[in-house]
Design a protein around this ligand. Structure first.
Ligand code: TYM
Length: 339
């Protein structure tokens, strides 16, 4: 397809560090699914990024397959998007190397995710962790993507990506558009954890995170344990964080009239949190159960997943090779015809 008839390009990724949760769904995957027809989409499983925290690599392949199955179960169609695994597209590593020359220690050390990880794993503050946003930029601009559907926690990485792109374009020549974080709503999403502390996460806070693979019983248990209080005694009072979170989750999965019912009950001080949590638990089960069952079915078909990965790797590599030709040309690294 000619360059100006191309649909806008979208790229995003998820690390295979654990089971996907409601935050991954509402922060990222829901947008992936909504974008697949009108945009040219590249979605990948970031296995190289996951190595920064030294996972058990024996489980890596299995985790990549699980994330792929969960992506497809959420509605991604591998025939309509390019769905692939990061390590299958070697051009990523080359672009990462070039971008590393344009990234400065000071800015990398100041990155919030780096500081958080350094605090969590003080014995493993490796260079890969420091340059994590550089690799993420390589992933994105390898397809010359403009839009990056991500949750709120990735905002800073996208800002850094724009800085690296500006520097590259300024130094070598205009190759890349400046990528922006994307969400169909007005703001990037942050799905809070059920205990009101921080966000839902693949590895931390597991009892306060709702996973797309949780059984109906586990979903009910986790929600019923969410912190509440006796309810407000003054009409229209402000909600404490942990109550706001329960309303926030209800907004994601319950019908608008259900949410309105509890909003009104809160405002007139008649709310019963036990009932509200029961309702939320049932709506959550209705939401998660079909995804969980579909993911199980897809996961049980390794041949299908292998085919998806191989086709995805081919499509992503074709796009990557085109970009790298432009990159090498502007950098003066095109020593031979066709490189
Ligand atoms: P990861 O694997 O931590 O998360 C995957 C996606 O889920 C979003 N997310 C959330 N959104 C809302 N609320 C939450 N509680 C929540 N938790 C996670 C994340 O914002 C993300 O969109 N660095 C990336 C992976 C990556 C990437 C990329 C992303 C590698 N290369 C290129 C975009 C483009 C990460 O760690 O995602």
């Amino acid at each position: 397809m000619s360059e100006n008839l191309r649909r806008p390009i979208v790229m995003s990724g998820i690390r295979p560090t654990g089971f996907l949760h409601l935050g991954n769904y509402f922060g990222a995957m829901k947008n992936y699914v909504a974008m697949q027809d009108e945009y040219e989409c590249y979605f990948m499983v970031a296995d190289w990024h996951s190595l920064t925290t030294h996972p058990d690599t024996k489980a890596l392949k299995e985790n990549v397959r699980t994330v792929l199955a969960e992506n497809i179960a959420c509605g991604l169609d591998p025939r309509r998007v390019t769905l692939y695994c990061q390590s299958h597209v070697h051009e990523t590593a080359e672009l990462y190397l070039y971008l590393n020359m344009l990234a400065y220690m000071g800015e990398l050390e100041k990155t919030t995710t780096f500081k958080d990880k350094a605090r969590l794993q003080p014995d493993n503050v490796n260079a890969g962790l420091l340059t994590y946003p550089v690799l993420q930029t390589a992933d994105i601009i390898l397809h010359r993507a403009q839009f990056v559907p991500v949750g709120k926690d990735q905002e800073q990485h996208l800002e850094m990506a724009r800085n690296f792109v500006k520097r590259f374009n300024h130094r070598y020549g205009e190759v890349f558009p400046e990528p922006v974080a994307f969400n169909f709503g007005t703001e990037l999403v942050k799905v809070p954890s059920l205990d009101g502390s921080g966000k839902m996460s693949k590895t931390e806070n597991q009892n306060a995170t709702l996973y797309l693979r949780d059984s109906d019983e586990v979903i009910r248990k986790k929600i019923m344990k969410a912190k509440t209080d006796q309810g407000p005694s003054i009409p229209h009072s402000e909600k404490p964080d942990y109550i706001e979170n329960i309303f926030g989750l209800m907004k994601l999965v319950s019908k608008p009239d259900v949410l309105e019912y509890y909003e009104t009950a809160y405002n007139v001080c008649t709310i019963r949190y036990g009932d509200m949590k029961k309702q939320l638990a049932e709506d959550m089960v209705t939401f998660i159960a079909p995804i969980r069952e579909k993911a199980k079915e897809i996961h049980a078909n390794p041949n299908y997943l292998e085919k998806v990965m191989k086709e995805g790797a081919e499509k992503a590599s074709t796009s990557a090779r085109q970009t790298m030709k432009l990159v090498r040309a502007v950098m003066g690294l095109n020593y031979f015809e066709g490189t």
